[in-house]
Design a protein around this ligand. Structure first.
Ligand SMILES: C[S@+](CC[C@H](N)C(=O)[O-])C[C@H]1O[C@@H](n2cnc3c(N)ncnc32)[C@H](O)[C@@H]1O
Length: 320
C-alpha cells in the first residue's frame, strides 16, 4: 500500500513538473494530454491522506490546484466562446468534453438537495459560475424548471461569455441572472437565497476557502442550505478539500464521495437557525466536528450508483 502511494505521488510530481513548465495552459494537444493523464492518475480510489504529505509535496499540491484552476478557466472560456458563436448555444453544449460529467454531477447534487429540501427553491445562488455555468444550466433546464439562478462571478469577461450562452433562450434568459462581484463583497444579498452553491475553485487553499465559508455563514439566511464541492483521496491533488470541521456556523447534513468520473465530492450543510455568538465559534468548530452524527443523517445509500460511498463522518460516529 505504501509503495502504491509512493508511486502515485511520484507520478503526480512528475506530471506537475511537466505542467508547471508549460508556457501556456490554454487548450492545446499537449496541455490536454498532460491534464488527462493527471486526472486519470488521481481518479482511482486511494487511501492517501493529503494532510499527511511532506512539506514539499504539500506545496506541489497547492500549486497544482492553482494550475488546474487556471487550465479549467481557459478551457471553459475556449468552449464558451465557440458556443457563443452559435444561434442557439444551448443546443450544442455537448461539444464541451466534460458536459456528461456536469450532467451526472447536476443530477447527483439535485438528488442530494431534494433529500434535505422540503420544497422547490425559488431562488438559488451559484458562486463562481465562470464563463460556462454548466451546473446552473443543467439544474435550471433538467431539474428545477421554475427556479431562478443568480450566478456570481468576479470576472466580468466570464459573465459576459456566460450571459451570451443563455441570451437567445426565452426561458433561461429570464431565470439566469448574472452578478459581477467578489462574493466577499455581497452581504445582505445572500440572505435572499434558500440554497447557495459554492464552486470547487472559489477559495483555492484552506485559508481562502475558510474565508469564503465564514462569510457565507455570517450572511446566508438562517436555515438556508449550502451545497459545496470537495475532493477525496488522490482527487485532492486536483481540487481543494473541505472538511466538516471547516463548516463553522453550519450543520453538516451529508458528505458524498463519488468513485466514478465525477471528480468532486458533494457536501451539503444547513446554516444554523440561530446566529452563533462570535466568542463560541472556536468551540463550535469543534462541535461541528463531533456533532454531525447527532444532528445529521449519514447517507447510507448510493443515489446514482456513483461507485462506493466512503463516509467521512463515520469516524466521528465512532467517537460518540
Ligand atoms: C472556472 S470555475 C467555474 C465553475 C464551473 N463552471 C461550475 O459550474 O462548477 C471558478 C470561477 O470562480 C470565480 N471566482 C473565484 N473566486 C471568486 C469570488 N471570491 N467571488 C466570485 N467569483 C469567484 C472565478 O472568476 C472563476 O470564473
Amino acid at each position: 500500500m505504501v509503495c502504491e502511494e509512493e508511486m502515485l505521488i511520484e507520478k503526480v510530481c512528475e506530471l506537475y513538473e511537466q505542467i508547471s513548465s508549460l508556457e501556456s495552459l490554454k487548450p492545446s494537444k499537449n496541455v490536454d494530454m498532460l491534464f488527462t493523464q493527471l486526472v486519470l492518475t488521481c481518479i482511482p480510489p486511494s487511501p492517501i491522506d493529503v494532510t499527511k504529505l511532506d512539506k514539499t509535496v504539500q506545496e506541489i499540491r497547492s500549486h497544482l490546484i492553482r494550475l488546474c484552476g487556471e487550465a479549467e478557466g481557459h478551457l471553459e472560456t475556449h468552449y464558451s466562446t465557440i458556443l457563443g458563436s452559435y444561434d442557439n448555444p444551448l443546443d450544442h453544449l455537448n461539444i464541451f468534453p466534460y458536459y456528461s460529467n456536469y450532467l451526472k454531477l447536476g443530477l447527483l447534487e439535485f438528488t442530494i438537495l431534494s433529500q434535505h429540501c422540503t420544497h422547490v427553491p425559488t431562488k438559488i445562488a451559484f458562486v463562481g459560475s465562470g464563463p460556462l455555468p454548466l451546473t446552473s444550466i443543467v439544474l435550471a433546464s433538467n431539474h428545477l424548471p421554475s427556479t431562478t439562478f443568480h450566478n456570481y462571478d468576479m470576472d466580468p469577461l466570464a459573465n459576459s461569455n456566460a450571459t451570451r450562452l443563455v441570451s437567445s433562450d426565452p426561458d433561461l434568459s429570464k431565470r439566469m441572472v448574472f452578478h459581477t462581484t467578489d462574493i466577499l463583497d455581497v452581504s445582505n444579498g445572500l440572505k435572499e437565497y434558500e440554497v447557495v452553491y459554492l464552486a470547487a475553485l472559489v477559495g483555492m487553499d484552506k485559508e481562502g476557502k475558510n474565508r469564503i465559508i465564514d462569510h457565507l455563514a455570517k450572511n446566508m439566511a438562517p436555515g438556508a442550505l449550502l451545497m459545496l464541492r470537495s475532493a477525496h483521496g488522490a482527487r485532492a491533488f486536483l481540487y481543494p478539500v473541505v472538511e466538516p470541521c471547516d463548516l463553522r456556523g453550519f450543520e453538516v447534513l451529508s458528505v458524498f464521495h463519488p468513485t466514478d468520473e465525477v471528480i468532486n465530492s458533494v457536501v451539503i450543510a444547513r446554516k444554523y437557525p440561530q446566529p452563533v455568538p462570535m466568542h463560541s465559534l472556536d468551540q463550535q468548530g469543534l462541535a461541528s466536528m463531533i456533532l454531525p452524527n447527532k444532528c445529521s443523517e449519514i447517507q447510507a445509500f448510493n443515489p446514482l450508483n456513483h461507485g462506493n460511498i466512503i463516509e467521512e463522518l463515520a469516524i466521528e460516529e465512532q467517537l460518540l
